[in-house]
Design a protein around this ligand. Structure first.
Ligand SMILES: [Zn+2]
Length: 162
C-alpha cells in the first residue's frame, strides 16, 4: 500500500500498478522512484510471455513492453519503442504518465518493496547516513536503505530535463 490516495477517475493514477517486460529494468527503477508499484518481470523470474501476461491480469497491472505482439495480447499495455530508458520515460510522459519524484520514497528502487521510514534512533548501515541527521528509508523486503542524496538529485534532474 502507498500513502498516496489515487483518484481512480484519473487515468494516470489508474495506471500506477505496472509490470515491466524484460530489458526494462532501468526504467522500473525510475518509475519506482516516482512512486509507481512497478514489478520487473525478471525480479519475479518471469520470462515467458504467457507468465508475464498472467501476472498482469491477476494483479491488474498495466504492461510496459517493447514487444508489439505481447502488448497486443495484454488487457492494458503501453508499447515503448526506444531502447534508452530516458527516451522511454519521454514516451511514458507522452502517454500521460506523471513523472516526478515522490515527496517521500514509497517504493524500493532495487526490488519494488515498500519503503518505510527509519526511526531517528535506529542504526543504519555503513553506506547510509545517520537517521538522526537525514531522512532515511528502508525497504521492508530487501533491507536496502535510501535517502535523498546525490542519486536522488541526479534522478530529479533527469526527470526535469525530459
Ligand atoms: Zn528492496
Amino acid at each position: 500500500m502507498t500513502d498516496r490516495s489515487p483518484d481512480r477517475d484519473d487515468p494516470v493514477h489508474a495506471r500506477d500498478r505496472l509490470v515491466l517486460d524484460v530489458m526494462l529494468g532501468k526504467l522500473a527503477t525510475f518509475l519506482r522512484m516516482c512512486g509507481y508499484d512497478a514489478v520487473y518481470a525478471l525480479d519475479r523470474e518471469l520470462e515467458a510471455d504467457d507468465r508475464i501476461l498472467a501476472l498482469a491480469r491477476t494483479e491488474e497491472r498495466t504492461l510496459l513492453t517493447r514487444d508489439r505482439e505481447l502488448a497486443a495480447r495484454a488487457d492494458d499495455s503501453v508499447l515503448l519503442s526506444a531502447p534508452d530508458p530516458v527516451e522511454q520515460l519521454r514516451e511514458l510522459r507522452a502517454a500521460g504518465f506523471r513523472l516526478e519524484l515522490a515527496a517521500r520514497p514509497a517504493r524500493c528502487g532495487r526490488c519494488n518493496g515498500v519503503a518505510v521510514a527509519v526511526d531517528t534512533d535506529e542504526p543504519t548501515p555503513e553506506y547510509a547516513p545517520d537517521a538522526a541527521e537525514a531522512d532515511v528509508w528502508r525497504c521492508r523486503d530487501c533491507g536496502q536503505c535510501f535517502w535523498k542524496g546525490s542519486h536522488w538529485d541526479d534522478v530529479a534532474e533527469t526527470l526535469a530535463d525530459l
